[in-house]
Write a protein that binds this ligand. Structure first.
Ligand SMILES: Nc1ncnc2c1ncn2[C@@H]1O[C@H](COP(=O)(O)OP(=O)(O)OP(=O)(O)O)[C@@H](O)[C@H]1O
Ligand SMILES: [Mg+2]
Length: 324
């Protein structure tokens, strides 16, 4: 990773336009001119949940350095951070943490060059600290606790000395650290999550992620379909059915004591299902195209399949052959 290679030019954006916030269009918040390679691409179909936006904006405008977003799989943790930065055209260095990720990869290390000498290369956390931009440590709690502790100084905004060069790096104003994680207590089978040490946890402001309420999830599905060229009417019809089933699956998952419902249906799966409904619209299957698409969008064992197929028929008002 090269350092300081791309100019950051301040620009101002309207939260009303970018996030759909109910504030006058004249209100602007700072971001950067478009074009920085680390600024995430905008997903026009992304729907901001007002409560989550409130938390992330409060963090953004505070002097806090680090925010952790905790939630079940696919509740929109990563995409919230990404789309927030996308709308401000703000660089976000993303790290997908793994059990083998070491703090020196995150901060920086020496690499050999062609002439045999060693060259210091900033890692993503140090780079963001130098620039006053953001870093996202995705799946933070798969990091070994010892490695996350290595980040404590920077996460709190203190300067650090690069041991091998003696250089002092003071985090620039605007430096922010985002971490996302699946809850260690999650009832979902998420394996390999570590409990970080108290000192490290204590450095983070925290918020949670949850599924979108039905009307917003429908909007997210409609946006994805319309983005694929589906007419708004058809997209709305498919979105309502898919979101209804997704919520039935979630409710059944929460109350199921028998172990049949092994997982909830995520927004990711709901969007995939909606897209496949269109693709398989003409499939001649005994269970009908909606169930055919469901089985290709969402992996289930036979028992759960039977339950979700019933939910789908109920949402569609169809009989066992997929016909009304
Ligand atoms: N608010 C939203 N608007 C539009 N799409 C959304 C929204 N939230 C989630 N999605 C969809 O769901 C997918 C999963 O979201 P995301 O990757 O942000 O979840 P996550 O909580 O980070 O998941 P994981 O635990 O698997 O890392 C996204 O790629 C997007 O397609
Ligand atoms: Mg994620």
């Amino acid at each position: 990773m090269e350092t300081n290679s791309y100019p950051l030019v301040k620009a101002f954006y309207s939260p009303a336009q970018e996030f759909g916030l109910p504030v006058p269009a004249t209100v602007k918040i700072p971001g950067f001119e478009a074009g920085h390679p680390a600024a995430p691409p905008i997903n026009e179909g992304y729907v901001f949940m007002p409560e989550k936006l409130r938390d992330i904006l409060a963090f953004w405008q505070s002097s806090e350095k680090a925010l952790k977003i905790i939630g079940d799989p696919a509740t929109g943790k990563t995409s919230l951070v990404e789309q927030f930065h996308a709308r401000l055209r703000w660089p976000l260095y993303k790290v997908s943490c793994s059990p083998g990720t070491e703090s020196r990869e995150l901060i920086g290390q020496f690499f050999p060059t062609a002439d045999g000498s060693l060259k210091w290369v900033d890692g993503p956390v140090l780079r963001a600290a130098r620039e006053g931009t953001s870093v996202l440590l995705d799946e933070y709690n798969v990091l070994e606790p010892g490695e996350s502790t290595g980040l404590n100084m920077l996460i709190e905004g203190y300067s650090i000395v690069i041991p091998s060069t003696g250089e002092v790096v003071v985090p620039a104003a605007g430096f922010k650290v985002f971490a996302t994680e699946n809850s260690v207590e999650s009832s979902l089978s998420v394996v390999g999550r570590n409990v970080q040490d108290v000192a490290n946890d204590d450095r983070f402001m925290v918020t949670t992620a949850s599924y979108l309420p039905p009307e917003l999830e429908e909007r997210a599905v409609v946006n994805a379909l319309v983005g694929d060229g589906v007419s708004p009417d058809v997209a709305t019809m498919i979105a309502q059915q898919v979101v209804k089933v997704a919520n039935s699956v979630r409710a059944a998952y929460r109350t199921d004591k028998s172990g049949v419902m092994t997982k909830p249906m995520t927004t990711r799966s709901a969007i995939r299902w909606a897209r496949l409904v269109r693709r398989f619209a003409n499939v001649n299957d005994s269970d009908g195209p909606m169930v055919y698409a469901l089985r290709r969008a969402f992996q289930m064992n036979a028992e759960m399949d039977a339950v979700v197929t019933e939910f789908t028929r109920a949402a569609l008002g169809t009989g066992t052959n997929g016909q009304p």
